[in-house]
Write a protein that binds this ligand. Sequence first.
Ligand SMILES: *Cc1c(COP(=O)(O)O)cnc(C)c1O
Length: 345
Amino acid sequence: MIDLRSDTVTKPSDKMRAAMAAAEVGDDVFGEDPTVNRLQERAAQVFEKEAALFVPTGSMGNEIAVKLHTKPGHEIVIEERGHVLNYELGAAALISGVTIRPVKSGDGSGHLTWEEIEPALHINQAYYVAPTALICLENTHNFAGGSVMTADHCAAVCEKAHAVGLPVHMDGSRIFNAAVALNTNVADLTRHCDSVMFTLSKGLGAPVGSMLLGTRAFIDEARTLRKRLGGGMRQIGILAAAGLIALEDGPKRLYEDHENARALAEGLAEIPGISIDRSKVQTNIVIFDVSGTGTTAGEICRRLKDAGVLAIGISKTQVRMVTHCDVKRADVDKTVTVVAGLLSE
Ligand SMILES: *Cc1c(COP(=O)(O)O)cnc(C)c1O
């Protein structure tokens, strides 16, 4: 099977498994797991933030951030296709008691400008309007097709947000993909964000884990909240050992995933009935429209599966394919051939 459903499907490498087997461990609830501590220190260093916390999932990292930045009854602002709104099952309402105000991205990139954000804000308004407490950004933007937000764009939004007293959380699940595509580093891409989450278990190849970053005081509170949510874990140096390799080695080869995504997009663009905006394929996510094929995304995915290729229909007319470290160039070429064959039948 060629599995293009997500970059979460990667299997830990032999090097990771060896490091996991050999990992020095301790009880992390007591702060005594040396490998977790090393991972947290290293992540903080890479992002040039004061501190970092290992969390089991990106969703937990995002939701801890939402909780720490808000009070019940507050509102948070996010682009309308954002993960925190659409794919965290109402957790912000459940855990933090906040409402989410979705805002449409005018250029379709998923990256809101301050001009788009500002009209959605409730600051110093009447007492009967829920005050805005947080702006949540996403880089790369998953359902906008892995689009990248530049460091300048992020800095500009943060500067304006801070000027009106609002914190900014960066859902940087795939921030390393953005850094590679923009030829910059993750510290510059998140420098002015009050908190950042990134994921070890996507393109970076670890089996489990995300990291939450911020000030030391923020991370101290985050640790308490992680425990309250049932996320206090014990000898997780086993996972952190894989995470350390993901953090050091993972980013170095992401350019291959981006090259493969571009090749995939170019191949698919040649197929009658498929429409794809190649300029939108900036990282490792390829979303294409199948309206012109006379069939649905769901049906195409079912037939692809029978032919040995896994993809996800993200709407009736759109299919998403994601490249990752377990996808080779030959797999991309085969995928294009399979899709072309299937649609010419
Ligand atoms: C994958 C993802 C997350 C976190 O997902 P988990 O499955 O909870 O680890 C958060 N934000 C974005 C944009 C993502 O793509």
